[in-house]
Write a protein that binds this ligand. Structure first.
Ligand code: FAD
Ligand code: NAI
Length: 473
C-alpha cells in the first residue's frame, strides 16, 4: 500500500506523466504515479511511437533486402516474410521500453499505484485497482496526464481485426491483400507504409485536397509524389461513409468530401482491412473532471494556462489531454516544465520549436513555420532549398530523394522554419531545432562547419541557399 500523502500525484504514465514524475522526484518532491494499464509508458510505448517504429524499421529492412541489397552486390535471394517473428521483434521493443520506465520510476523512488485514478476533491485522488480495492491518495498537486484515444467515425465499428485503429494495425495476423487507410495523416502514412512494404495494396482516402495537413504544402506535395512512386494510391477530397462487413471482403463506400460537389461519384471499394486513422481525442473517461469542476474546451481538451494550471487550484494538466500537437516529446517537455513549476522553478516550453517527424521512407521532418503560416502572418521570408541529389553522402548511399528547405526572416535572416524530406530526416531536424532555440540566422548555420560526407551538409547548403550562395548547386 502506498503512502497516502504526496507533493505530486500524476495520473497516467505516458511520456508526459512518467517524465513529469521523474523530474518532480529529482527536485525532491514526494511523487506518485497512477496507471490503469498493466504496463507503464502510455500510448507511446505500448501502442504508439515504439511499436510503430519497430515495424517501420523491420519492414524497411525487408524492402531493402529485396530492392537495395542486389544493387550493392549483396546476394541473399528473395527475402521471405515471417510476420510472427516480425511482430515479436516489435513486442520485444515494447517490452524493453516499458520495463525501462518501471526501472526509472523505482530508481527515482516514485511510488507507482496501479488502478484507475479519479479526482474526488482538491488534493484527493481515488484509485480503484483491478481487484476492486480502493485507496485514496492525498496530495498537494495533481497532474492530469491521461493522454488520448482513437477518434472513431460514425457508423464504422472498429473491431481491431478487419476494421482497425492504429492499435489493431500493429498486430494484424496476416498481410492483407488490400488495405484502405482512412486519413492521410501521420498514422495512416506510417502504418500504410509498413503494410505496403510487406505486400499489401494500399489506398489512402483523405478528406482534404492534400495529405499531412499542417506540413508545408510544397513539401507535402513532393512527399505524396514519392509515396505514390512506391505504390501507395491516394484518393483526396474523399470520405469514407460506410463499411459493409457482412461478406468475406469489406465493402467500403467512398464519397466526394464536399456534399455539394457533383463531380465525383460515390464508389464502393472492396478491401480486406480498413485502418481508421482520422486523429485522436483527449482521454478523460472516469477521471471525475465534471465533479471536480475542471473545465474542458469544445473538443474535450483540459483547459490550462501558460503554467499548465487548470481552473481548479492544485490541478494541472499536460500532454495529449491538453491543446497542441499530440507528440510524445511535447508531452515530455510539458511534464518537465510542470514539475519545475511545482518545485518553484521557472518551467517553460517553447512551442515555436517543437520538431515533427513522420517516420516513413523517406522521412519528413519539420520544425517551426511553414510557408503558408508565414504568408498568413504577413511575415516576409527568404527560402533556401537544397536537394539530396546534390549531396555527396546521399549519392553514395543512392538515397537521393527529397530536399532541405529553410525559411528565414527576410529582414533579420533568423531561421523561422526548417523542413527536411529525405532519408534520416528525423535525426537531421535536431540540428535545426537547436539552431532555432538559440535564435540562429541562416548565416549562422551556413558558417557552421559540417562533417563531410554527411547528409546534414544539405542543411548547411540550404542555409547557404537562403543567401543564394549554395556551393554544390
Ligand atoms: P499517453 O501516452 O496517452 O498516456 C496516458 C496514460 O494515462 C496511459 O498509460 C493511460 O492508461 C493512463 N490513464 C488514462 N486515464 C487514466 C486514469 N483515469 N487512471 C490511471 N491511468 C490513466 N508521438 C511522437 O512524438 N512520435 C511518434 O513517433 C509517435 N508515434 C505514434 C504512433 C501511434 C500509432 C500513435 C497512436 C501515437 C503516436 N505518437 C507519436 C503520439 C504519442 O503516442 C502521444 O503524443 C503521447 O503518447 C502522449 O503522451 P501522454 O503522456 O500525454 O499520454
Ligand atoms: P492526423 O491528425 O495526423 O491525421 C488525420 C487525417 O485524417 C487528416 O489528414 C485529416 O484531414 C483526415 N481525416 C479526418 N477525418 C476524415 C474523414 N472522415 N475521412 C477521411 N480523412 C479524414 O491523425 P492521425 O494520423 O490519426 O494521428 C493522431 C496523432 O498521433 C497525430 O496528432 C500525431 O501527432 C500523432 N502521431 C505522431 C506520430 C509521429 O510523430 N511520427 C506518428 C503517429 C501518430
Amino acid at each position: 500500500m502506498a503512502d497516502s500523502r504526496y507533493d505530486v500525484v500524476v495520473i497516467g504514465t505516458g511520456p508526459g506523466g512518467y517524465v513529469c514524475a521523474i523530474r518532480a522526484a529529482q527536485l525532491g518532491l514526494k511523487t506518485a504515479v497512477v496507471e490503469k494499464d498493466n504496463t507503464f509508458g502510455g500510448t507511446c510505448l505500448n501502442v504508439g511511437c515504439i511499436p510503430s517504429k519497430a515495424l517501420l524499421h523491420a519492414s524497411e529492412q525487408f524492402e531493402e533486402a529485396a530492392h537495395a541489397f542486389p544493387k550493392m552486390g549483396i546476394k541473399v535471394g528473395k527475402p521471405s516474410l515471417d510476420l510472427g517473428a516480425m511482430l515479436k521483434f516489435k513486442d520485444d521493443a515494447v517490452d524493453g521500453n516499458v520495463k525501462g520506465v518501471d526501472f526509472l520510476l523505482k530508481k527515482n523512488k516514485v511510488d507507482a499505484v496501479r488502478g484507475v485514478g479519479r479526482i474526488i476533491g482538491p488534493g484527493k485522488v481515488e484509485v480503484k485497482s483491478a481487484d476492486g480495492k480502493v485507496q485514496t491518495l492525498e496530495t498537494k498537486a495533481i497532474v492530469i496526464a491521461t493522454g488520448s484515444d482513437v477518434t472513431r467515425l460514425k457508423g464504422i465499428d472498429i473491431d481491431e481485426k478487419r476494421i482497425v485503429s492504429s492499435t489493431g494495425a500493429l498486430t494484424l495476423a496476416k498481410v492483407p491483400e488490400k488495405l484502405i487507410v482512412v486519413g492521410a495523416g501521420v498514422i495512416g502514412l506510417e502504418l500504410g507504409s509498413v503494410w505496403r512494404r510487406l505486400g499489401a495494396q494500399v489506398t489512402v482516402v483523405e478528406f482534404l485536397d492534400r495529405i499531412v495537413p499542417g506540413i508545408d504544402l510544397d513539401v507535402a506535395k513532393n512527399f505524396q509524389r514519392l509515396l505514390e512512386k512506391q505504390g501507395i494510391a491516394f484518393k483526396l477530397s474523399s470520405k469514407v461513409t460506410g463499411v459493409d462487413s457482412s461478406g468475406k471482403k469489406l465493402k467500403v463506400t467512398v464519397e466526394p468530401a464536399a456534399n455539394d460537389k457533383k463531380d465525383g461519384a460515390v464508389e464502393t471499394i472492396e478491401t480486406d482491412v480498413v485502418l481508421v486513422a482520422v486523429g485522436r481525442v483527449p482521454y478523460t473517461e472516469g477521471l471525475g473532471l465534471d465533479e471536480a469542476g475542471v473545465k474542458t474546451d469544445n473538443r474535450g481538451r483540459v483547459i490550462v494556462d501558460e503554467h499548465f494550471a487548470t481552473n481548479v487550484p492544485g490541478i494541472y494538466a499536460i500532454g495529449d489531454v491538453i491543446a497542441g500537437l499530440m507528440l510524445a516529446h511535447k508531452a515530455e517537455d510539458e511534464g518537465v516544465a510542470v514539475a519545475e513549476i511545482l518545485a518553484g522553478q521557472a518551467g517553460h516550453v517553447n512551442y515555436d520549436v517543437i520538431p515533427n517527424v513522420i517516420y516513413t521512407y523517406p522521412e519528413l521532418a519539420s520544425v517551426g513555420k511553414s510557408e503558408e503560416e508565414l504568408k498568413q502572418a504577413g511575415i516576409a521570408y527568404n527560402v533556401g532549398k537544397f536537394p539530396f541529389t546534390a549531396n555527396g553522402r546521399a549519392k553514395a548511399n543512392q538515397q537521393t530523394e527529397g530536399f532541405v528547405k529553410i525559411l528565414a526572416d527576410a529582414k533579420t535572416d533568423r531561421v523561422l522554419g526548417v523542413h527536411v524530406l529525405g532519408a534520416d530526416a528525423g535525426n537531421m531536424i535536431a540540428e535545426a531545432a537547436v539552431a532555432m532555440e538559440f535564435g540562429a540566422s541562416a548565416e549562422d548555420i551556413a558558417r557552421t562547419c559540417h562533417a563531410h560526407p554527411t547528409l546534414p551538409e544539405a542543411v548547411k547548403e540550404a542555409a547557404l541557399a537562403v543567401g543564394k550562395r549554395a556551393i554544390h548547386m
